[in-house]
Design a protein around this ligand. Sequence first.
Ligand code: LRH
Length: 487
Amino acid sequence: SSGVTVAAVDLGASSGRVVVGRVGGADGGGVGLEVVHRFANDPVRLPDGLHWDLLGLFSEVLVGLRLAAAHAPASVGIDSWAVDYGLLRGGRLLGAPYTYRDSRTARGVAAVHARVGREELYARNGLQHLDFNTLFQLATEGPLLGVADTALLVPDLLGHWLGGVRVAERTNASTTGLLGLADGEWDTALCTRLGLPAGVLPPLVDPGERLGPLLGHVRSATGLEDAVDLVAVGSHDTASAVAGTPLSAEGAAYLSLGTWGLVGVETTGPAPLEAARAANLTHERGVDGTFRVLRNVMGTWILSRLLDSWRRAGRDVDLADVLGAAAALPERVAADLPALDVDDPSFTAPDDMAGAVAAWLTARGERVPTEPAATVRMVCEGLAAAYTRVLGDLARVTGRDVPVVHVVGGGARNALVCDLLAARAGVPVVAGPVEATATGNVLVQARALGAFGPDADLATMRAAVRGTEPLRTHHPPVRSAARSRGR
Ligand code: LRH
């Protein structure tokens, strides 16, 4: 065949991109990606809290699609970070959406738990407790929720602005806390118990469903053809990332490493529930009815905020340079540094990350390093330790050994974290693709357009990723390999 060309919009919590993807044809069955537009995604603080600039993001999406139009894509698919949403009435957006880092969420947690306890909530939705899960955010909306007729998660909202449809794509819907773990449908009984109007939740769709043409003014703004359809993808970025991960071995784990580090395995059903709850693992829905049993852990956020602190203090530190210096620290020096507890709540949204790290160390009687390299080493050691703990939990809860970990997303470039993870976990770490999320987005669209044949499963699509993307394996040092063999 001549292959299929699609446009993927992928919005992360710190940056977004529009990517043109080609499957089949000249790429010989592989996936070819070209990032045609990149842009920052910076939250905006207003007197009432921390918001996303969704109109700004939408404008960037249009700029990107205009650039993509030159490659004549046959469809467009959107994914973004999870949990956040906009409220609409009669098609009009009711206020600027909040970011999940806004502190309002704590109130929502108290309000929800006053009506439904943690254990019952977990039995219904299977989610790791995160203060920002959508249901806690909705519980803080008050009267506005009585005015709204529709709530749309971020990628669904952008999809609505591109194509006019109002739907809830299921993988992202599974991060709201309002989707039933057992049946994958909206839990309207839970909504009623929480006093949330279930009527604002739109009909669910699955990745791969065609959602129809773009609006006329979007076609004129972008130059995209009349025949271009909006196609539902795994609209939760992590769902697309896992779809785009070339998982090879049985039981292989993934670490989708961006702002967050999502450590998990793909399963065909929920994990044993009591054990999963005790380990604070989440159940998110993946492409093709899969489950992502994972834990949301700190990702590259601390590192990027540290660079920001240093920059504001007049010290320009380059990430690649400082990671290199952190990796090159003598073993003796590195061994003396404490591993940072990266999931400490004081790192969630501090104004000054360097100050927060210093305060954490001081509170524990530790010396505060003056060199960025030492600080970065502590962070990376802390990240690797946290991911290793989750891998242990996953093996225990699922009863399956984890033979290999795939690190995807921008963090796959962080060789220090990959090396430390391989050493601590005692298994090989396969790094790449960096653009796994866009890849997963492209694959699902391409299949919907016939690039793989209608019955192609995830394994078939993943084989296409393995063929085109150079992957790098980080092996555990010999001593820890021996240790894990002796287990
Ligand atoms: C990663 C991510 C993650 C969620 C968080 C809100 O970008 O979607 O899966 O837990 O953002």
